[in-house]
Every structure is written in C-alpha cells, then in structure tokens.
Unconditional design. Structure first.
Length: 290
C-alpha cells in the first residue's frame, strides 16, 4: 500500500485521494463492463459499519449480498450452499401457506428458528443460482476466506483497500478507509451505480439484437415469398408454351424414342399468309380474217 499513501501524521497514514479517484473511475468502468456482459455481482461486507450499506446498495442495483458471517465454501462448495438456500425457500413457502400454525407448538418453534437462522445468512443470496462474475468486498483483511475462495475460482474482486491490506490480492483495488461509514457508503454507492448502468446497457443491447433478428426474419420471409411468386409465374407460363416466334400458342410436338417427331393430324395453325389466288385473265379474242 506504500504507493497509495500520501503522507503520515502522528502515526496515521493518509491515502492519496487523487489516486483513489482515478482507481474508482477505473473500477467503475470495469464493473459496468462485467454487468453489461451478463455477469452478476456479489456484495460482501460483514463488519458492523458495512452491513446496512451493503444490503441497501445491493438491493438498489438488484445484486446479491452477504452482510453477515461469510460461510466457508460459499463459492468453492456452492452446490451445498444452494441446497441450504432451497431449504430456506421451502420453509418460507410453508410459513406463508400457514403450515407452521397447524404443527405442534414445539415443532413450529423449531422450524421458525431454523428459518430465521437460514435467512440471517442466505437471504441476500436467495436468487443466486450460479456463481457471481465479480465480488465487491469491504475490508479484505476481515474477509480473507472470501478473497481466497474468489481467487481460487477465478472471480474478479473489486475491493476497498485500507493501508493495512495487500492490494495485490484483488483485481481492482480502491484505496480508502474501510472503517468509516461515509467512505463505505460513497464507494459502495458508486459500484451500485455502475451495476445499474451496466444492466441498462445490456438491456439496450438485447433489445437491439431482438430488433435485428426481427428484421432478418422479415427479410427472409419476403425473400421466400418472392421465390414462391416466381415459381408460380414460371409454372403458369410453361403450360401451354407461348411461342414468341409465331406470336401464337403452340403445343410441344410429341417425339418418339429416336427423337423423330410423331406426325399428328391436328396441328395448331400458325399465322402464315394465305396463298393468293391467281387473277382470272380474259382469253384473248382471236381476230377473224375479214
């Protein structure tokens, strides 16, 4: 973190805010691209100062969050975690349907306690059916297990990095104070806004792809219709064959196996000039001798 420290006063390290501003903008653009490509973000902040901020900002941008204790294997053993989430959803449905009220009191209380415990840890991941494409972590020193799992699974890490943390462990580091609520709220709100912008870009891209697909389908149908019309015209014009040479319809002559034309009594009369009859000439009168 030495490269991000501006100075030191009374044993307190002061972060260079110029570098923080530039790295926030870089992380913002990277976050927008991740969400625009269809990825989901998991917000992680389990320390007391970050719990409320993480929950509110994650819900604002429609992403997942963990604001209680990080359970080991959340990423590396996701199938087991997903099974517990499904169990929580099943208990929620039974509770809403009034199933707990018809059970004996002891069993109903036991199921309610189980549901409360599951909601405490998994409520923010209720819709998480796959691994996230990136994590936004507050205090990577406290969330060391989370960081280790994300690095093992090849997931991008966006994190607020304080002076007592190693920025090389994360993909996109944002130097800042991870103990102050105002600092956490500012940076978390910026990342949530990036997620919203990325979601808007993806929605616009999908809409453009749908319109392009509709235009291509319309063009294909028009081309198919033109092809069918041409075939119909060719079919109508081939029987009988129109002879452009004589200007009148004529049938195709029948041929035998050797290619000779078969004589037919019926022929289509073509336009030929009728032979003119010779003019009658008067016989020359013989002159009689007088």
């Amino acid at each position: 973190m030495k490269r991000y420290i501006f100075t030191q006063r009374n044993g307190i390290h002061i972060i260079d805010l110029q570098q923080t501003l530039g790295l926030i903008n870089e992380a913002y653009r990277a976050m927008v691209q991740v969400v625009a490509d269809g990825g989901k973000i998991l917000f992680v902040g389990t320390k007391r100062q970050a719990q409320e901020v993480v929950e509110s900002e994650a819900e604002r941008c429609g992403m997942w969050y963990v604001n209680q204790r990080w359970l080991g294997g959340t990423l590396t053993n996701f199938q087991t975690i997903r099974g517990r989430i499904n169990h929580m959803i099943d208990l929620q449905q039974k509770r809403d349907a009034g199933y707990f009220r018809v059970l004996p009191k002891k069993e109903g209380v036991k199921l309610r306690d189980t549901l409360n415990r599951l909601e405490k840890y998994f409520l923010g991941m209720r819709e998480m059916n796959e691994l996230p494409k990136a994590l936004f972590v507050i205090d990577i020193g406290k969330e060391d297990i989370c960081i280790a799992e994300a690095r093992r699974m090849g997931i991008q890490i966006f994190a607020i990095v304080d002076t007592d943390c190693d920025p090389d462990k994360v993909t996109h580091s944002i130097p800042g104070n991870d103990d102050a609520v105002r600092s956490i709220r500012l940076i978390a709100g910026r990342m949530a806004s990036a997620a919203l912008e990325g979601a808007a870009q993806r929605e616009a891209m999908l809409l453009a792809e749908q319109e392009e697909a509709a235009l291509l389908e319309q063009a294909r149908r028009e081309e198919l219709q033109l092809t069918e019309d041409d075939e119909v015209e060719m079919t109508e014009g081939s029987d009988p064959v129109t002879s452009e040479l004589f200007g009148e319809e004529a049938e195709i002559p029948a041929m035998d196996s050797e290619g000779r034309e078969i004589a037919s009594l019926e022929r289509t009369v073509v336009d030929e000039p009728a032979p003119s009859e010779p003019e009658a000439t008067e016989p020359a009168s013989s002159s009689s001798g007088s």
